[in-house]
Write a protein that binds this ligand. Structure first.
Ligand code: NAD
Ligand code: MG
Length: 299
């Protein structure tokens, strides 16, 4: 799947609607290399223009889905990238490392579990050592497992979803801000689920509204230091998250059909939002949420 983002075209048909072939299941966290159809990560189309020249970036969840498209776009815009992901996602991460190196930038792969505070701290310390500092932190990693009945939602899952989506964000921001210069940027990842929660995503949807609120508070706190904090809130995007327990299999053929554009988004369509918010072009944009969701109304 690929599309030329530099050519004007109808966004309703820029990428295909979902269909029966979208029904496919993997164990979490899932591998993009095993998906068919394969999401568009922008590797065939994204053109950089030096908007992040010389920046030092950390991207979490950079092996697949949205994080992968962000890592590729950041490298093509001139940034060196530390990418992090779970150890079992090495096959996906290898392809991203290759893409970053092909863009002529440095790629440092540091797998680990973000639910662990010590790992989050060591990740930022390693990034500072390997890249010589940290200018951009894009928090894209996340966990989503649907559960139909609250009676079946375990404390273990509730805890893991909050650790991955909220605590890790806190630990990573805390560690990174110590090292960030004025001009630095943090971009967090929320979701349409923060405003229109699905009944089967109690824990996940709640973490996403926490991320919005955390980001708005932190944005005000660090703005005087010249550090900008913003959020991207995607709608339904075709990624491993959705096919590895993020959605029930029976809804996947209709994935994204209810958006005004009538189709799922692709990771490549999210990357430019993360580039904009990281770049100096967004110098007066602070505490904002950029919704990229195919047209669903948000507050
Ligand atoms: P994805 O599965 O490709 O990416 C999620 C990544 O999170 C994984 O690749 C994995 O590396 C990382 N991760 C999960 N648990 C981790 C842990 N304990 N330690 C370290 N890394 C961990 O799926 P995606 O859809 O691209 O997800 C990226 C972000 O986008 C998530 O925050 C997700 O909530 C958000 N989002 C996705 C959609 C969508 O429809 N796909 C919609 C709204 C928001
Ligand atoms: Mg992955």
């Amino acid at each position: 799947m690929m599309s030329d983002p530099n050519r004007m075209q109808d966004p309703t048909t820029q990428y295909p609607k979902a269909g029966p072939e979208y029904k496919q299941e993997q164990a979490p966290p899932g591998l993009e290399t095993k998906m068919d159809p394969k999401p568009d990560d922008g590797s065939g189309s994204y053109k950089g223009s030096g908007r992040l020249a010389g920046r030092k970036a950390v991207v979490t969840g950079a092996d697949s889905g949205i994080g992968r498209a962000v890592a590729i776009a950041y490298a093509r815009e001139g940034a060196d990238v530390v990418l992090t992901y779970l150890p079992e996602e090495e096959a996906d991460a290898k392809e991203v490392v290759q893409q970053i190196e092909q863009a002529g930038r440095k790629a440092v792969a540091i797998p680990g579990d973000l639910k662990d505070e010590a790992f989050c701290e060591s990740l930022i310390e390693s990034a500072v050592k390997e890249l010589g500092g940290i200018d951009i932190l894009a928090n894209v990693a996340g966990m989503q497992q649907y559960v139909e009945d609250i009676a079946d939602l375990t404390t273990e899952q509730f805890d893991a979803t909050f650790k991955t989506n909220v605590y890790a964000l806190f630990w990573l921001c805390k560690a990174a801000i110590r090292h960030m210069p004025a001009g630095g940027a943090i971009i967090n990842t929320s979701s349409i689920q923060a405003y229109s929660p699905s009944e089967i995503l109690l824990d996940y949807a709640t973490t996403k509204s926490a991320i919005n609120t955390f980001s708005k508070a932190l944005a005000q706190q660090v703005a005087p230091k010249g550090i900008r904090v913003n959020v991207v809130a995607p709608g339904p995007v075709w990624t491993p998250l959705q096919i590895s327990g993020g959605q029930p299999q029976q809804v996947l053929p209709e994935f994204g059909a209810k958006t005004p554009l009538g189709r799922p988004g692709q990771p490549a369509e999210m990357a430019a939002a993360y580039v904009f918010l990281a770049s100096q072009e967004a110098s007066y944009v602070v505490g904002e949420t950029l919704n990229a969701n195919g047209g669903m109304p948000t507050p």
